[in-house]
Write a protein that binds this ligand. Structure first.
Ligand code: PFF
Length: 434
């Protein structure tokens, strides 16, 4: 068992790991396609407005509760009231459930890295992707490999595993992203993609789109499953969290916008549809890569980029339940990680098979993969965030002024925590369930 609670070795280590958690498939895979389905620029404006205002509150709240209690999720909730530990336990459970579909996409990425590396010739990208995900064996093996990578890094501990991985992969991610943005902007007719991203069409503004932007903002900031609460509990010094929260929000938004600038000019340059949904990254982009000079190299760089983003977020998903097992059940980190590896694998395999062999198993009309995505993103993440805001705002009576020096911002924080964020989260869940 770890005798002492781990702490971040520096402020930079904390920021880079928190940004690593936030910047993930949500930014590079989910953000562009959700933006594509929701009208482009108008979605972006709404998203930026929401992420820089409403989202500040639950993000700050989660980190603050972690820093205050210095405990993993269950312990943190328990130290607020002993009966709340059951609500706290929902966080690591959500983590395991998210991992079991998120890590499948990690497995797909490994496949595409391999295909680019071996310069595989693919004639029909739609068919290739759908046949690949329906295959009963190959995606399952790659998913298990991806789970293993994330769990292995976490098992090495905070300093040697989590910090080192983030300090290495995040700069690499930034460099590759900038390189790919330059490549994309140099394509003919790239301006049309930029126009789509930055020239708003106000007729596309509607309530559904606003909630889609809010849901995306919560998901991308990793709010609502205790990953950030756990990361917050490792903060050593008594420094203000405000700057860290802004850095996380700004960096996450910058990565998402850059991902859009990397993808949309390429999509428009090749006259492809911007709203092709989840296949945008696995069908549309590979099709484009196959038609540009040095396409295999560019494709390799792109999927390595996705891989870095997925691993740094994946690690944070594993660390939440891992910390709970270590601190509540007095397990060693290795034992906790082994258990988590098997738990995620057990759930992820049926979810992988739900595109083929187990395709006829439907939960609320969805296959297992889609159901896990729906249950976690639309129900459990907002629910956990809602509980934590209500507990902080109404029961603990957390006051913004104790966290934020600026008294106007502190007052806004209090209103956000007690009223605005709970209402926004309830609307999100209500819409998600309808
Ligand atoms: N923020 C991650 C992304 O954008 O891909 C996803 C995520 C990670 C969600 C960790 C929740 C979490 F706790």
């Amino acid at each position: 068992m770890e005798d002492k609670r781990p702490v971040w070795t520096s402020k930079y280590a904390f920021i880079v790991t928190a940004v690593g958690s936030a910047v993930g498939l949500g930014n590079i895979w989910r953000f562009p396609y959700i933006m594509g389905q929701n009208g482009g620029a108008i979605f972006l404006i709404t998203y930026i407005l929401l992420i820089s205002t409403i989202c500040f509150v639950p993000l700050m709240n989660e980190l603050y509760i972690g820093k205050l209690t210095k405990k993993e999720c269950v312990g943190a909730y328990e130290s607020m009231h002993h009966n709340l530990k059951y609500l706290g336990a929902l966080n690591p459970i959500t983590g395991i459930l998210i991992a079991s579909f998120y890590f499948i996409v990690g497995g797909w990425i490994i496949n595409y890295i391999w295909k680019s590396l071996t310069c595989a010739q693919i004639t029909n990208y739609e068919n290739y992707f759908s046949e690949f995900i329906q295959n009963p064996i190959y995606p399952s093996i790659l998913t298990v490999l991806f789970i293993f990578i994330c769990v292995f890094v976490t098992a090495r501990g905070i300093k040697r595993g989590i910090e080192t991985a983030n300090k290495t992969l995040m700069p690499l991610l930034a460099v590759i992203l900038i390189f790919l943005v330059i490549v994309s902007l140099r394509l003919p007719n790239a301006g049309a993609g930029l126009e789509y991203m930055f020239k708003p069409d106000f007729s596309k503004l509607n309530f559904h789109m606003v909630l889609a932007a809010l849901g995306q903002a919560f998901f991308t900031l990793s709010i609502g499953m205790g990953a950030l609460l756990t990361y917050g509990s490792y903060i050593k010094e008594d420094k203000s969290l405000v700057k860290s929260v802004y850095t996380i929000i700004l960096s996450d938004t910058a990565f998402a916008i850059l991902a859009g600038i990397m993808i949309f000019p390429a999509v428009f340059s090749f006259n492809m549809p911007p709203n092709s949904g989840a296949g945008l990254v696995f069908v549309t982009l590979p099709k484009i890569f196959s038609q540009i000079p040095f396409g295999n190299f560019i494709s390799f760089a792109f999927f390595v980029l996705l891989f870095c983003a997925a691993v740094t977020s994946g690690i944070s998903i594993v660390e939440g339940p891992c910390a709970t097992l270590i601190e509540r059940f007095k397990m060693s980190r290795i034992k906790a990680c082994t258990l988590i590896f098997f738990a995620i694998t057990l759930l992820a395999i049926p979810a992988t098979l739900s595109f083929g062999l187990l395709g006829n198993i439907k939960l609320f009309d969805k296959n297992i993969f889609d159901f896990l995505d729906f249950l976690t993103s639309n129900v459990m993440l907002p629910l956990n965030a809602l509980f934590l805001c209500l507990i902080s705002g109404w029961y603990l009576k957390v006051k913004g002024i104790n966290i934020i020096q600026n008294k106007y911002m502190a007052a806004l924080f209090d209103i956000g925590l007690k009223y605005i964020v709970p209402i926004a989260l309830m609307s999100l869940m209500f819409l998600g369930l309808n």
